[in-house]
Design a protein around this ligand. Sequence first.
Ligand SMILES: [Zn+2]
Length: 95
Amino acid sequence: MIKIVCPICNAEYLPSEIYYPKDFLGNPSQIYKTREGKIDFFTGQNMNLKETYVCDFCKHTMTVKAFVNFSVDTTQLPPSHITKFKTSSLTLDED
Ligand SMILES: [Zn+2]
């Protein structure tokens, strides 16, 4: 469980109590990608990882920053996407 803790009174909050899901993930209106699938640019709102919240218990104003990482499971790729390492060695002539 990820908790956000008030630095003054140690009150605990879940991220959903402090962040607005739609603001947190961003709200792009149009996403333009290259032919290879790379994001070229987008319009609309980027992710909002910084939020201000007044503690319900001690009234301290907290600035909360999120550090987000995503990972994609690559353990079950189709065989055509698995790189095979060549075991034979390459010999070069000295001439
Ligand atoms: Zn507090």
